[in-house]
Write a protein that binds this ligand. Structure first.
Ligand SMILES: Cc1cc2nc3c(=O)[nH]c(=O)nc-3n(C[C@H](O)[C@H](O)[C@H](O)COP(=O)(O)OP(=O)(O)OC[C@H]3O[C@@H](n4cnc5c(N)ncnc54)[C@H](O)[C@@H]3O)c2cc1C
Length: 461
């Protein structure tokens, strides 16, 4: 019976393949800790909803202290009270906070949130990759020479600690739309994550394709919120999928296409590690000269106020347009379908995210940060890296981004990726009737304006 082991859970809300937990369990009785942190970017409403349920499900599996505050104060204090050794799985933002806690507690940190550590993947000259294809080749090569070896669920000896007595009262506020809709679509927690993953693998095994472009018949894993909160480790997903590809060569192309997509998640996080202010700053500085419509602090969040903000600043006409986009009332079927799917389910098909983002930033000329903030608050999978990274990709201001001049035509995108209008019919049935509104701006004219604005920006070096 060794010393008490305190495992600080963050975005790793699982028992399986959890290196920190496995190391702790080997050393002594274990108690978990979750901190509702008052440092860093406040978590969005939908993600908070998910996280609350995921933390609750972990607390059914081991004693868990739930605290709130600044971890630099909370974690050392609880470790002292319990005379415990501290462990956690690394994260790639708030690294200064973790460094301070480590100094104070002598904690041990472990990998597991990503497929590869950001410092382990670099170009020949030792700098970080800014382009996805060579990055992904380097990750694939690293994983081929050292394939992930997921740890099973460790045998736990729960510490005899009164976790409830050590916990702060934690209020998990509910987004106002959650009760009616999110609960019907979202199933947080490690058990649900495993079920979903196994179901996806079963589909591949039965010959189904992986296709992240088909809006009508979703053929992707749906794992993003589970990975976001670490209910599954990417290493486990990699190992199981690669094993499936080995067993069933006929499905290998689909299995590897899915894993390549998973590498985008690592890319976003590696970029954030090197560019910690990616959520607020254009990666390509030239875009600082772009004439985005932008009203700082105009969008307070996805609670009722968000829909009332049009009256906040009469000078900012674009706030009307922003509100129409948020509500899914742009008059562009595919954009409206995506935005309504987001509101109803807390998620949105990747293709629709790209098209809705392009409409906002290019056709409406609204700053990507307004879109990023809306997604931050309403997506259950919103995270510090993937959300700003992908917004900057869509807006053209990011690394390896879609070139600005490639403005998606949402009508052609619909023809191509939702040819039978199944997706649109599901979310915006009126789009298929003559009663549907006209697009808020003309598709071709707004594209022209976007390209003119881009040309103007290009004169700045
Ligand atoms: C504007 C915009 C914002 C986005 N914001 C987020 C976000 O906050 N969080 C998030 O997880 N994804 C985000 N994405 C990426 C992507 O849309 C989702 O990961 C995807 O829709 C999840 O569906 P899935 O789990 O079925 O993915 P699958 O197609 O099954 O892919 C497997 C996994 O790979 C990862 N992945 C796939 N595509 C991407 C990508 N482009 N970038 C990063 N990771 C990826 C996800 O973890 C996903 O679960 C965003 C995309 C856009 C265009």
């Amino acid at each position: 019976m060794g010393r008490t082991q305190l495992v600080w859970f963050r975005d790793d809300l699982r028992l399986r393949d959890n290196a920190a937990l496995t190391a702790a369990a080997a050393r002594g009785p274990v108690v978990g800790l979750h901190v509702d942190e008052t440092v860093g970017r406040p978590i969005g409403a939908a993600a908070r909803w998910w996280r609350g349920r995921s933390v609750a499900s972990i607390s059914n599996k081991l004693p868990l202290i739930r605290a709130a505050g600044d971890p630099r104060e909370v974690v050392p204090r609880i470790a002292r009270e319990l005379d415990a050794e501290v462990h956690w799985n690394r994260r790639y933002h708030l690294t200064d906070v973790d460094a301070a806690v480590k100094d104070a507690t002598g904690a041990t940190s472990h990998p597991g949130f990503l497929l590869a550590e950001p410092w382990a993947i670099a170009t020949g000259s030792g700098s970080p990759f800014q382009v996805f294809t060579p990055f992904s080749k380097a990750v694939f090569a690293a994983l081929e020479s050292a394939p992930p070896r997921p740890e099973p669920v460790p045998e736990l000896q729960p510490a005899s600690v009164d976790a409830a007595a050590l916990s702060d009262p934690v209020a998990d506020s509910e987004p106002f739309w959650a009760a009616a809709t999110l609960a019907a679509h979202c199933h947080p927690g490690e058990d649900a994550a495993l079920e979903r993953f196994n179901e996806f693998l079963g589909r591949l095994e039965d010959g189904a394709e992986y296709n992240n472009n088909d809006l009508g018949a979703p053929a992707t894993s749906g794992l993003s919120p589970h990975l976001r909160f670490g209910e599954l480790s990417p290493g486990y997903v990699w190992a199981e999928t690669a094993a499936l590809a080995e067993r069933h060569p006929e499905t290998a192309a689909h299995a590897w296409a899915f894993l390549r997509q998973l590498v985008w998640r690592d890319f976003a996080w590696h970029r954030l590690y090197h560019l910690p202010d990616m959520a607020t700053r254009n990666v390509r500085g030239q875009f600082d000269h772009f004439d985005w419509a932008w009203t700082p602090h105009a969008v307070p969040g996805s609670d009722e106020r968000a829909f009332a903000h049009t009256g906040m600043d009469p000078a900012a006409e674009h706030l009307e347009d922003l509100a129409a986009w948020q509500r899914g009332e742009t008059g562009v079927p595919l954009v409206d379908a995506g935005m309504r799917e987001l509101w109803a389910t807390g998620t949105m098909h990747n293709r629709a995210r790209m098209v809705a983002g392009s409409w906002l930033t290019k056709n409406l000329g609204i700053h990507w940060r307004h879109g990023e903030e809306w997604f931050w608050d309403t997506l259950v999978d919103a995270d510090e890296a993937s959300n700003p990274f992908n917004w900057q990709w869509v807006a053209g201001s990011g690394d390896d981004a879609a070139p600005y001049f490639r403005v998606f035509n949402p009508l052609l995108q619909q023809e191509k990726f939702d040819p039978r209008a199944r997706y649109v019919a599901r979310w915006v049935p009126e789009a298929l009737t003559p009663l549907y509104r006209e697009p808020m701006v003309d598709v071709k004219e707004s594209r022209r304006r976007a390209l003119d604005a881009y040309e103007e920006m290009r004169s700045f070096k």
